[in-house]
Ligand binder design. Structure first.
Ligand SMILES: C[S@@+](CC[C@H](N)C(=O)[O-])C[C@H]1O[C@@H](n2cnc3c(N)ncnc32)[C@H](O)[C@@H]1O
Length: 184
């Protein structure tokens, strides 16, 4: 399984192209739920947090986390101007059971394909929490899994989260699925 050292990319890499297009759409979908307390793990970049926080000054808490030092340092510089946002080093695979999931109305992850405990983590999310995921339609050296279509996504996750909609975003020859769901 890839450790921290496998993630040396600049956070800005995931703030452009298909990632930015995905983030813009995700920010719209998240805003529609009227979030107040958000938890994002394995964030990969500052981009989505910034888009969400720029849209909605009523957000009280945005807990941003990742486990890669470079990603955290670069994101910290960009997100420093947002008082609602706290940034944290967190290995979510190792420490998901220590998270107080009941503190959030919205949980976001755009990197679930990198996490070995994806199903256990989704199961830990508190009932009624809104859940927003992005999943790839392409493989990469640090992807533990990827998805050919909606059916595969539903087979892996539908017993853990109630899936309300799935959309696709394309760009630069890459395709991402956006999953809007909630914990029953
Ligand atoms: C390479 S980025 C990919 C970007 C993301 N998939 C997207 O679509 O924007 C994946 C991120 O997941 C983080 N990550 C991987 N495993 C993690 C873990 N166990 N705990 C926390 N973050 C993790 C990495 O540090 C990295 O920043």
């Amino acid at each position: 399984m890839p450790g921290r050292d496998a993630y040396q990319q600049p956070a800005a890499k995931f703030a452009r192209g298909v990632y930015h297009a995905r983030n813009r759409r995700l920010a719209e979908l998240v805003a529609a739920g009227g979030p107040r307390r958000i938890f994002e793990f394995a964030a990969g970049s500052y981009d989505l947090a910034r888009l969400i926080l720029d849209r909605d000054p009523a957000i009280e808490t945005y807990r941003w986390s990742d486990f890669a030092p470079r990603c955290i340092a670069e994101s910290r510089k960009i997100l420093a101007g947002y008082p609602a946002c706290t940034l944290e080093e967190l290995d979510i695979d190792a420490d998901y059971a220590a998270v107080d999931w009941s503190a959030y109305d919205t949980v976001i992850c755009v990197s679930l394909e990198h996490l070995a405990r994806d199903r256990e983590i989704l199961e830990a999310i508190a009932p009624q929490t809104r859940v927003f995921l992005s999943l790839p339609r392409f493989g990469a050296p640090t992807h533990l899994r990827w998805f050919n279509g909606e059916l595969q996504i539903r087979r892996r996750y539908a017993e853990l989260i109630a899936i309300d909609r799935i959309e696709q975003i394309r760009g630069g020859g890459l395709r991402k699925f956006l999953v809007v769901a909630h914990r029953p």
